[in-house]
Design a binder for this molecule. Structure first.
Ligand code: HEM
Length: 144
């Protein structure tokens, strides 16, 4: 990451990081093929599952994973290894579930769209955000 990216990303992420359910809803709405991979959600009407406990639990897992990853960036170089560890673990879990790379990219596309339309956004934030997504996918795909 470029120095300063964490500050830029925080302007956007801090504004949406408590919108867990809305974020997962937006991702499933944008890419129903992602929803279809979840045994608990496959084939169900998105609006009817949105208010369920299962939905809230999974939304919180994903969003707190991102917040955790971003916190490691914020703590600086001493925590980068921890960031690599959790991304590698994420990638191997999802690879083992048979989730294709394209879906991980779709996820990042939808997440970026959500954040850019629900949080402060400008060219500097957009550039920092896009470097963050790119590194996340590069590390994820390294052994995919
Ligand atoms: C768990 C699918 C992307 C974070 C899961 C599970 C599935 C899944 C089926 C297991 C759910 C369960 O326990 O009932 C997918 C699909 C994705 C995707 C289809 C397509 C893009 C992501 C991304 C993140 C993420 C990008 C993080 C930014 C997690 C976490 C868990 C999880 C933290 C729980 C821990 C684990 O069991 O690995 N995912 N996921 N997922 N996912 Fe994803």
């Amino acid at each position: 990451p470029v120095p300063g990216d964490v500050e830029q990303i925080s302007k956007a992420w801090d504004a949406v990081k408590n919108n867990e359910v809305e974020i997962l809803y937006f991702i499933f709405k944008s890419y129903p093929d992602i929803q279809a991979r979840f045994p608990k959600f496959a084939g169900k009407d998105l609006d009817s599952i949105k208010g369920s406990a299962d939905f809230a639990i999974h939304a919180t897992r994903i969003v707190s994973f991102i917040t955790q990853l971003y916190s490691f960036g914020k703590y600086g170089a001493s925590h980068y290894a921890a960031g690599f560890t959790i991304v590698n673990e994420f990638a191997s879990n999802h690879k083992n579930r048979g989730i294709p790379k394209d879906q991980l990219s779709e996820f990042c596309t939808a997440l970026t769209k959500y954040v850019s339309t629900h949080a402060p956004w400008d060219d500097n934030i957009a550039a920092a955000w896009s470097r963050g997504m790119k590194s996340f996918l590069e590390v994820s795909f390294a052994n995919y």
